[in-house]
Design a protein around this ligand. Structure first.
Ligand SMILES: Nc1nc2c(ncn2[C@@H]2O[C@H](COP(=O)(O)OP(=O)(O)OP(=O)(O)O)[C@@H](O)[C@H]2O)c(=O)[nH]1
Ligand SMILES: [Mg+2]
Length: 242
């Protein structure tokens, strides 16, 4: 079974090297693709250097910052075009918020599932204790809001630590996914679920980033407020009327 992790990066020079080393120490035969949006801090240079040490590491360089969703879609397309047959693709942040210790369990669960979600909002899961009350409330509330509108029984729609079977990924039109942050995460899950993905959530503790800066912005949040309705209405529009 061949697994590849996509790590999108924008200014993650302080954590990316240790993260990559930690993952390869844990699972030496895994593949990692970093998708970097021309980070001004030189994240890509670190990857170029590490590539000489790790043959399973690759770098997809993009010209400018275009959002998390666009970076993932570029990575997905590259992987699906490659001659190598990757069975599973894992999505993971580059700032240690997603602890690599969960990877073996995630891979194990992929045996019987097409979508494995590292979930903060099922029993046993949790978010960073450093998060202010407003951020906890916003994240938890957003997930209930999305679940009510989109219907499928997923607790952590905005989760960024996911495993997807390449075979199910091939069924969805990647160009229809919303491009940024949270909206990308739940529109992606929604497309997979509509294609009958067998989904499972397993509990993780989401850790606060140790180094570097958050890329979350108020526009990413505003976009996420309207996005579930956009998804719902685009479905109604496509619904056959005769
Ligand atoms: N390539 C690329 N990566 C991005 C972009 N925006 C965010 N990322 C990366 O996506 C991952 C998640 O972004 P974060 O800024 O950590 O978002 P977050 O986890 O919601 O926010 P924090 O908890 O504050 O860290 C990190 O590895 C970022 O470097 C982007 O536009 N392009
Ligand atoms: Mg983060």
């Amino acid at each position: 079974m061949t697994n590849i992790i996509i790590i999108p990066t924008y200014n993650e020079k302080d954590s990316i090297e240790l993260l990559i080393k930690t993952i390869f120490n844990l699972i030496p035969d895994i593949y990692i693709m970093v998708v970097d949006d021309n980070s001004p801090d030189g994240t890509a240079k670190i990857i170029e250097k590490l590539k000489t040490q790790y043959p399973n590491l690759s770098l997809l360089k993009r010209a400018a910052k275009q959002g998390l969703g666009k970076a993932y879609v570029a990575g997905f397309k590259k992987i699906m075009e490659s001659r190598q047959n990757f069975e599973n693709i894992i999505m993971m942040d580059g700032d240690f918020s997603h602890n690599p210790k969960y990877l073996p369990e995630m891979i194990k669960l992929s045996k019987n599932h097409d979508l494995v979600i590292g979930s903060r909002y099922i029993h046993g899961g949790s978010v960073a204790k450093e998060w202010e009350f407003w951020r906890k409330l916003l994240s938890y509330g957003a997930n209930i809001y999305v679940q009510i509108i989109l219907g499928f029984k997923i607790k952590d729609w905005t989760a960024g630590f996911n495993l997807i079977k390449t075979s199910i990924l091939k069924k969805i039109n990647l160009d229809l996914l919303l491009p940024r942050g949270y909206a990308f995460q739940f529109s992606f899950k929604h497309h997979l679920l509509k294609n009958n993905a067998r989904a499972i959530e397993f509990p993780i503790h989401f850790e606060e980033r140790v180094k570097g800066k958050s890329k979350m912005s108020s526009s990413i949040i505003t976009e996420a407020v309207f996005a579930p309705w956009k998804i719902l209405f685009s479905e109604i529009k496509d619904f056959p009327t005769n």
